[in-house]
Design a protein around this ligand. Structure first.
Ligand code: SF4
Length: 327
Protein backbone atom coordinates (compact mmCIF):
# COMPACT_ATOMS: atom_id res chain seq x y z
CA UNK A 1 0.00 0.00 0.00
CA UNK A 2 1.43 3.37 -1.09
CA UNK A 3 1.34 5.77 1.87
CA UNK A 4 1.41 9.56 1.80
CA UNK A 5 4.75 11.07 2.79
CA UNK A 6 5.83 14.72 3.05
CA UNK A 7 6.76 14.88 -0.64
CA UNK A 8 3.32 13.61 -1.75
CA UNK A 9 1.58 15.91 0.77
CA UNK A 10 3.59 18.86 -0.60
CA UNK A 11 2.48 17.97 -4.12
CA UNK A 12 -1.18 17.79 -3.03
CA UNK A 13 -0.97 21.02 -1.03
CA UNK A 14 0.73 22.79 -3.92
CA UNK A 15 -2.35 22.11 -6.06
CA UNK A 16 -4.85 22.32 -3.17
CA UNK A 17 -7.81 20.82 -5.05
CA UNK A 18 -8.96 17.28 -5.85
CA UNK A 19 -11.68 15.70 -7.97
CA UNK A 20 -13.70 13.38 -5.71
CA UNK A 21 -15.73 10.36 -6.82
CA UNK A 22 -19.37 11.41 -6.23
CA UNK A 23 -20.16 8.44 -3.96
CA UNK A 24 -17.42 9.56 -1.59
CA UNK A 25 -18.67 13.09 -1.15
CA UNK A 26 -20.08 13.62 2.32
CA UNK A 27 -23.44 15.41 2.53
CA UNK A 28 -22.86 18.86 0.98
CA UNK A 29 -21.26 21.03 3.57
CA UNK A 30 -18.98 23.97 3.25
CA UNK A 31 -16.34 25.20 5.63
CA UNK A 32 -17.11 28.27 7.76
CA UNK A 33 -13.49 29.02 8.64
CA UNK A 34 -9.98 29.09 7.30
CA UNK A 35 -8.77 29.21 3.71
CA UNK A 36 -11.64 27.01 2.50
CA UNK A 37 -14.37 29.23 3.85
CA UNK A 38 -17.55 28.69 1.79
CA UNK A 39 -15.97 25.84 -0.21
CA UNK A 40 -16.38 22.06 0.09
CA UNK A 41 -13.32 20.16 1.19
CA UNK A 42 -12.24 16.67 2.20
CA UNK A 43 -9.64 15.42 4.69
CA UNK A 44 -7.43 12.55 3.50
CA UNK A 45 -5.30 10.67 6.02
CA UNK A 46 -2.42 8.33 5.12
CA UNK A 47 1.03 7.46 6.47
CA UNK A 48 0.30 9.40 9.69
CA UNK A 49 -0.26 12.60 7.70
CA UNK A 50 -3.47 14.55 7.01
CA UNK A 51 -4.24 16.85 4.10
CA UNK A 52 -7.27 19.06 3.48
CA UNK A 53 -8.14 19.50 -0.19
CA UNK A 54 -10.87 21.52 -1.80
CA UNK A 55 -13.28 19.52 -3.97
CA UNK A 56 -12.89 20.63 -7.61
CA UNK A 57 -13.23 18.71 -10.88
CA UNK A 58 -10.39 20.73 -12.49
CA UNK A 59 -7.70 18.91 -10.45
CA UNK A 60 -4.96 16.61 -11.81
CA UNK A 61 -5.66 14.50 -8.71
CA UNK A 62 -8.63 12.21 -8.18
CA UNK A 63 -9.94 10.52 -5.03
CA UNK A 64 -11.48 7.10 -5.69
CA UNK A 65 -12.97 4.37 -3.52
CA UNK A 66 -10.74 1.28 -3.08
CA UNK A 67 -12.43 -1.45 -1.11
CA UNK A 68 -12.96 -0.19 2.43
CA UNK A 69 -10.63 2.75 2.00
CA UNK A 70 -9.71 5.35 -0.67
CA UNK A 71 -6.86 6.08 -3.06
CA UNK A 72 -5.45 9.28 -4.53
CA UNK A 73 -4.58 9.05 -8.22
CA UNK A 74 -2.63 11.38 -10.47
CA UNK A 75 -3.91 10.57 -13.91
CA UNK A 76 -4.14 6.78 -13.76
CA UNK A 77 -1.26 6.37 -11.33
CA UNK A 78 -2.10 5.67 -7.68
CA UNK A 79 0.10 7.85 -5.48
CA UNK A 80 -1.35 7.13 -2.01
CA UNK A 81 -3.97 5.06 -0.19
CA UNK A 82 -5.65 6.00 3.03
CA UNK A 83 -8.85 7.06 4.76
CA UNK A 84 -11.33 9.89 4.39
CA UNK A 85 -11.65 11.58 7.77
CA UNK A 86 -14.88 12.69 9.33
CA UNK A 87 -15.25 16.37 10.10
CA UNK A 88 -16.62 17.39 13.52
CA UNK A 89 -16.99 21.13 12.85
CA UNK A 90 -14.74 22.51 10.09
CA UNK A 91 -11.99 19.90 10.64
CA UNK A 92 -11.48 16.40 12.15
CA UNK A 93 -11.10 15.92 15.93
CA UNK A 94 -11.90 19.55 16.78
CA UNK A 95 -14.97 21.73 17.07
CA UNK A 96 -13.61 24.73 15.14
CA UNK A 97 -16.10 27.59 15.02
CA UNK A 98 -16.07 31.03 13.39
CA UNK A 99 -17.83 33.51 15.68
CA UNK A 100 -18.10 36.68 13.52
CA UNK A 101 -18.27 35.84 9.81
CA UNK A 102 -17.61 39.47 8.91
CA UNK A 103 -14.75 41.95 9.35
CA UNK A 104 -14.18 45.72 9.33
CA UNK A 105 -10.70 45.17 7.89
CA UNK A 106 -10.25 44.17 4.29
CA UNK A 107 -7.13 42.02 3.97
CA UNK A 108 -6.82 41.24 0.31
CA UNK A 109 -6.21 37.48 0.80
CA UNK A 110 -9.19 36.88 3.08
CA UNK A 111 -12.76 35.92 2.18
CA UNK A 112 -14.33 36.90 5.54
CA UNK A 113 -14.85 40.63 4.73
CA UNK A 114 -16.54 39.61 1.48
CA UNK A 115 -18.99 37.23 3.15
CA UNK A 116 -20.51 39.95 5.39
CA UNK A 117 -21.85 37.03 7.36
CA UNK A 118 -23.55 36.81 10.72
CA UNK A 119 -22.26 36.78 14.29
CA UNK A 120 -22.95 33.50 16.13
CA UNK A 121 -24.40 33.93 19.62
CA UNK A 122 -22.84 32.37 22.71
CA UNK A 123 -25.79 29.99 23.05
CA UNK A 124 -25.54 28.93 19.43
CA UNK A 125 -21.85 28.12 19.89
CA UNK A 126 -22.48 26.24 23.13
CA UNK A 127 -25.14 24.20 21.28
CA UNK A 128 -22.62 23.20 18.57
CA UNK A 129 -20.10 22.11 21.22
CA UNK A 130 -22.79 20.33 23.26
CA UNK A 131 -23.86 18.35 20.17
CA UNK A 132 -20.26 17.19 19.61
CA UNK A 133 -20.00 16.26 23.31
CA UNK A 134 -23.25 14.26 23.20
CA UNK A 135 -21.91 12.41 20.13
CA UNK A 136 -18.67 11.63 21.99
CA UNK A 137 -16.65 13.67 19.49
CA UNK A 138 -15.45 16.56 21.69
CA UNK A 139 -11.64 16.47 22.01
CA UNK A 140 -10.76 20.13 21.52
CA UNK A 141 -12.42 23.46 20.78
CA UNK A 142 -11.05 26.15 18.45
CA UNK A 143 -12.56 29.59 17.95
CA UNK A 144 -11.76 32.14 15.27
CA UNK A 145 -13.44 35.39 14.40
CA UNK A 146 -13.43 38.35 12.04
CA UNK A 147 -13.68 41.80 13.63
CA UNK A 148 -17.33 42.87 13.53
CA UNK A 149 -16.93 46.26 15.27
CA UNK A 150 -13.42 46.65 16.75
CA UNK A 151 -10.63 44.36 18.05
CA UNK A 152 -11.55 45.30 21.63
CA UNK A 153 -15.25 44.54 21.10
CA UNK A 154 -14.37 41.21 19.46
CA UNK A 155 -12.16 40.18 22.37
CA UNK A 156 -15.05 40.97 24.74
CA UNK A 157 -17.26 38.64 22.70
CA UNK A 158 -14.65 35.85 22.50
CA UNK A 159 -13.80 36.06 26.24
CA UNK A 160 -17.48 35.59 27.13
CA UNK A 161 -17.71 32.53 24.85
CA UNK A 162 -14.45 30.98 26.11
CA UNK A 163 -15.69 31.36 29.69
CA UNK A 164 -18.95 29.57 28.78
CA UNK A 165 -17.02 26.73 27.07
CA UNK A 166 -14.38 26.30 29.78
CA UNK A 167 -16.81 24.04 31.68
CA UNK A 168 -16.20 21.30 29.07
CA UNK A 169 -12.67 20.80 30.36
CA UNK A 170 -11.08 20.35 26.90
CA UNK A 171 -8.29 22.47 25.36
CA UNK A 172 -9.57 25.75 23.88
CA UNK A 173 -7.62 27.56 21.15
CA UNK A 174 -8.42 31.07 19.95
CA UNK A 175 -7.34 32.59 16.62
CA UNK A 176 -8.24 36.27 16.59
CA UNK A 177 -6.83 39.71 16.01
CA UNK A 178 -5.15 40.87 19.24
CA UNK A 179 -6.20 43.87 21.32
CA UNK A 180 -4.60 45.50 24.37
CA UNK A 181 -4.46 42.93 27.20
CA UNK A 182 -6.25 40.28 25.09
CA UNK A 183 -3.88 37.42 26.03
CA UNK A 184 -4.38 37.85 29.77
CA UNK A 185 -8.15 38.09 29.37
CA UNK A 186 -8.35 35.01 27.12
CA UNK A 187 -6.12 33.01 29.45
CA UNK A 188 -8.17 33.99 32.52
CA UNK A 189 -11.37 33.00 30.70
CA UNK A 190 -10.00 29.50 30.08
CA UNK A 191 -8.21 29.56 26.72
CA UNK A 192 -5.16 27.25 26.53
CA UNK A 193 -3.66 28.32 23.17
CA UNK A 194 -3.74 31.45 21.03
CA UNK A 195 -2.96 32.43 17.46
CA UNK A 196 -2.35 36.00 16.31
CA UNK A 197 -1.44 35.79 12.65
CA UNK A 198 1.14 38.13 11.10
CA UNK A 199 0.09 36.77 7.65
CA UNK A 200 3.39 38.06 6.20
CA UNK A 201 6.66 39.31 7.72
CA UNK A 202 7.31 41.55 4.71
CA UNK A 203 6.21 45.05 5.85
CA UNK A 204 5.61 46.26 2.29
CA UNK A 205 3.39 43.26 1.47
CA UNK A 206 1.62 43.64 4.85
CA UNK A 207 0.75 47.25 4.08
CA UNK A 208 -0.29 46.43 0.53
CA UNK A 209 -2.43 43.45 1.55
CA UNK A 210 -3.72 44.58 4.94
CA UNK A 211 -3.86 48.30 4.25
CA UNK A 212 -2.43 49.03 7.77
CA UNK A 213 -5.39 50.40 9.63
CA UNK A 214 -4.87 51.81 13.13
CA UNK A 215 -4.36 48.92 15.56
CA UNK A 216 -3.90 46.57 12.61
CA UNK A 217 -0.22 46.82 12.09
CA UNK A 218 2.56 44.29 12.08
CA UNK A 219 4.37 45.83 15.07
CA UNK A 220 1.27 45.63 17.25
CA UNK A 221 0.67 41.98 16.28
CA UNK A 222 4.34 41.11 17.03
CA UNK A 223 4.17 42.91 20.39
CA UNK A 224 0.98 40.99 21.21
CA UNK A 225 2.63 37.67 20.27
CA UNK A 226 5.55 38.39 22.62
CA UNK A 227 3.08 39.08 25.44
CA UNK A 228 1.08 35.96 24.60
CA UNK A 229 4.16 33.72 25.03
CA UNK A 230 4.72 35.18 28.51
CA UNK A 231 1.12 34.29 29.41
CA UNK A 232 0.44 31.01 27.53
CA UNK A 233 4.02 29.70 27.44
CA UNK A 234 5.96 28.57 24.39
CA UNK A 235 4.50 25.85 22.14
CA UNK A 236 1.05 27.32 22.81
CA UNK A 237 1.29 30.45 20.67
CA UNK A 238 1.30 30.37 16.87
CA UNK A 239 1.07 32.71 13.91
CA UNK A 240 0.24 32.14 10.24
CA UNK A 241 2.66 33.26 7.53
CA UNK A 242 1.05 33.07 4.10
CA UNK A 243 3.35 31.66 1.41
CA UNK A 244 2.73 32.93 -2.12
CA UNK A 245 2.09 36.67 -1.69
CA UNK A 246 5.37 37.58 -3.42
CA UNK A 247 7.63 37.25 -0.37
CA UNK A 248 11.17 35.88 -0.82
CA UNK A 249 12.44 32.73 0.91
CA UNK A 250 14.93 34.96 2.76
CA UNK A 251 12.07 37.05 4.11
CA UNK A 252 10.25 33.87 5.26
CA UNK A 253 13.44 32.60 6.91
CA UNK A 254 14.02 35.89 8.74
CA UNK A 255 10.37 35.90 9.83
CA UNK A 256 10.48 32.30 11.10
CA UNK A 257 13.66 33.05 13.10
CA UNK A 258 12.14 36.25 14.51
CA UNK A 259 8.99 34.45 15.68
CA UNK A 260 10.80 31.35 16.98
CA UNK A 261 13.19 33.52 19.00
CA UNK A 262 10.07 34.91 20.75
CA UNK A 263 8.75 31.39 21.42
CA UNK A 264 6.06 31.62 18.70
CA UNK A 265 5.47 28.74 16.27
CA UNK A 266 5.03 29.95 12.68
CA UNK A 267 2.45 28.14 10.52
CA UNK A 268 3.50 28.35 6.85
CA UNK A 269 0.18 28.57 5.00
CA UNK A 270 0.10 28.07 1.21
CA UNK A 271 -2.00 30.87 -0.22
CA UNK A 272 -5.59 30.12 -1.21
CA UNK A 273 -7.10 32.63 -3.62
CA UNK A 274 -10.77 33.15 -2.68
CA UNK A 275 -13.10 33.59 -5.67
CA UNK A 276 -13.73 37.26 -4.80
CA UNK A 277 -10.03 38.09 -4.55
CA UNK A 278 -8.65 37.00 -7.93
CA UNK A 279 -8.14 40.57 -9.14
CA UNK A 280 -6.59 41.77 -5.85
CA UNK A 281 -4.24 38.79 -5.75
CA UNK A 282 -2.98 39.03 -9.31
CA UNK A 283 0.61 37.67 -9.25
CA UNK A 284 0.04 35.67 -6.07
CA UNK A 285 1.03 32.05 -6.55
CA UNK A 286 0.49 28.83 -4.60
CA UNK A 287 4.00 27.56 -3.74
CA UNK A 288 5.51 24.66 -5.65
CA UNK A 289 6.05 21.33 -3.82
CA UNK A 290 9.81 22.01 -3.90
CA UNK A 291 9.42 25.42 -2.26
CA UNK A 292 7.06 24.02 0.40
CA UNK A 293 9.51 21.22 1.24
CA UNK A 294 12.47 23.61 1.37
CA UNK A 295 10.68 26.12 3.66
CA UNK A 296 9.36 23.31 5.88
CA UNK A 297 12.81 21.77 6.32
CA UNK A 298 14.23 25.24 7.09
CA UNK A 299 11.46 25.83 9.66
CA UNK A 300 12.00 22.41 11.23
CA UNK A 301 15.69 23.25 11.87
CA UNK A 302 14.86 26.67 13.33
CA UNK A 303 12.16 25.25 15.64
CA UNK A 304 14.62 22.65 16.88
CA UNK A 305 17.24 25.35 17.51
CA UNK A 306 14.78 27.31 19.69
CA UNK A 307 13.43 24.16 21.36
CA UNK A 308 9.92 24.56 19.95
CA UNK A 309 7.63 21.63 19.18
CA UNK A 310 4.54 21.62 16.94
CA UNK A 311 3.21 18.38 18.46
CA UNK A 312 2.40 19.96 21.83
CA UNK A 313 -0.46 22.01 20.37
CA UNK A 314 -3.87 20.54 21.05
CA UNK A 315 -5.99 22.97 19.05
CA UNK A 316 -6.28 24.89 15.77
CA UNK A 317 -4.01 24.38 12.77
CA UNK A 318 -0.94 22.96 14.51
CA UNK A 319 -3.11 20.14 15.85
CA UNK A 320 -5.08 19.75 12.62
CA UNK A 321 -2.20 20.14 10.05
CA UNK A 322 -4.68 19.78 7.14
CA UNK A 323 -3.66 22.91 5.22
CA UNK A 324 0.05 23.00 6.02
CA UNK A 325 3.20 20.95 5.71
CA UNK A 326 3.61 21.20 9.48
CA UNK A 327 7.19 20.34 10.54
S1 SF4 B 1 -5.20 23.44 9.11
FE1 SF4 B 1 -6.36 25.02 10.15
S2 SF4 B 1 -7.51 26.13 8.56
FE2 SF4 B 1 -6.81 24.17 7.72
S3 SF4 B 1 -8.52 22.76 8.00
FE3 SF4 B 1 -7.12 22.51 9.72
S4 SF4 B 1 -7.90 23.89 11.29
FE4 SF4 B 1 -8.81 24.51 9.35
Amino acid sequence: MALMDERIKAELLSIGIIDVEASLLPAWRTSTAGPGMGLQSIFFRSGGLRVRLEVNRDSPFRLARKGDHVAVLKGDVEIAEGMLEEVVAHCPEQVYITISERCIYNCQFCSVPLSRGRIKSRDEIVAIVERARSEGRLKAIALTSGIAVSPEDEIDRVVEIVRALSVYGVPIGVAVHPAKGSSRRLKDAGATEVKYSVETMDPEIFDRMCRGKKGHDLDFILKSLREAVEIFGKNHVSSNIIIGLGESDECVQKGVVYLAKMGVIPVLRPISIPPGRIEALKGAERPSPERLLKLTEMTRKILRKYDLRTDESKTMCLACTGCDLTP
